[in-house]
Design a protein around this ligand. Structure first.
Ligand SMILES: Nc1ncnc2c1ncn2[C@@H]1O[C@H](COP(=O)(O)OP(=O)(O)O)[C@@H](O)[C@H]1O
Ligand SMILES: [Mg+2]
Length: 269
């Protein structure tokens, strides 16, 4: 069963956690986003959230992305997955308390990768949840990998794969900045402030991607550069992408309702 009108919403770990403070959630933002999702009332919808300071530090400490090299990593693999379930629990609490029939789908239980790319995805339960009117919620996770033993599967890769498999119409990426800029808006110099790019085509995106540096901090999934790389296959298939600021009120609400919103629209052409 395909979901031709499906929207995939990603809420970045940058928006719902304090990325600089391990295991610190921005519960007020999680709660407001849950309200916006309920108010927007769009279906079918799939929600994917990132890990932020619940996922990246433990993953980095234990070299989970690189794979299984030493049995001492196993507790780190378990810990990284567990911390993600804790963040997911906070998201689920907010959604359900706000009246959204959200059901958590644990990626590591229905997905496995081959050398870092999704190879196995048992999607039947997710499709059935959508069919009965529930909101499936997934997240970036520590998963098993046929070559590496285990690895990190980013929420961004999940978003793109779901958009392709479910034949989604739109992807909405909520982050902690207003959209895609010509340079990192957090590292702007006074003389040359970063400019928000409101419309970007796929060919422009390819040119831009070379100039976006990969983050050098604890981020294990490549930051904005990794995000854009993951989105390319979905955009090629004709899915339109909106990148907007999930920390600011009503941006996600408007994007869900397909209203004009401050941010970046990326289209195939
Ligand atoms: N050209 C750019 N435009 C927008 N953001 C950028 C750019 N280059 C780097 N970034 C950084 O990317 C971050 C978003 O990526 P990331 O931290 O991975 O978010 P998430 O947790 O939502 O996946 C922003 O906080 C921003 O500082
Ligand atoms: Mg990221």
């Amino acid at each position: 069963m395909s979901q031709p009108e499906c929207i995939i919403l990603k809420i970045g770990g940058s928006a719902i956690t304090e990325k600089s403070e391990e295991l610190e959630a921005r519960t007020h933002i999680i709660n407001r986003l849950a309200e916006e999702i309920r108010k927007a009332d769009v279906k079918p919808l799939v929600l994917v959230h990132g890990g932020g300071s619940f996922g990246h530090p433990s993953a980095k400490r234990n070299s989970i992305k690189e794979g299984f090299r030493n049995p001492s990593q196993l507790i780190g693999f378990a810990e990284t997955h567990h911390f993600m379930t804790v963040l997911n629990g906070l998201v689920m609490d907010s959604l359900i308390m706000n009246g959204v029939p959200a059901v958590s789908i644990t990626p590591s239980s229905c997905m496995a990768t081959e050398d870092g790319r999704i190879k196995i995805f048992e999607s039947a339960p997710l499709r059935m949840l959508m069919k009965i009117g529930c909101l499936p919620v997934l997240y970036g996770d520590a998963v098993t990998d046929t070559k590496r033993g285990f690895t990190i599967l980013s929420g961004d890769q999940i978003v793109s794969a779901l958009a392709v498999q479910l034949n989604a119409r739109r992807i909405i990426m909520g982050v902690d900045v207003d959209g895609l800029f010509d340079s990192d808006p957090k590292k702007q110099v006074a003389q040359k402030p970063a400019t928000l790019l409101r419309h970007v085509t796929l060919s422009e995106l390819h040119r831009l991607m070379n100039s976006i540096a990969r983050p050098d901090d604890a981020d294990v999934t490549g930051g904005m550069s990794g995000k854009l790389t993951e989105l390319v296959p979905a955009i090629e298939q004709g899915v339109s992408v909106t990148i907007t600021n999930a920390t600011k009120a009503d941006r996600i609400f408007k994007a869900l309702r397909n209203e004009r919103v401050e941010g970046t629209a990326i289209e195939k052409e």
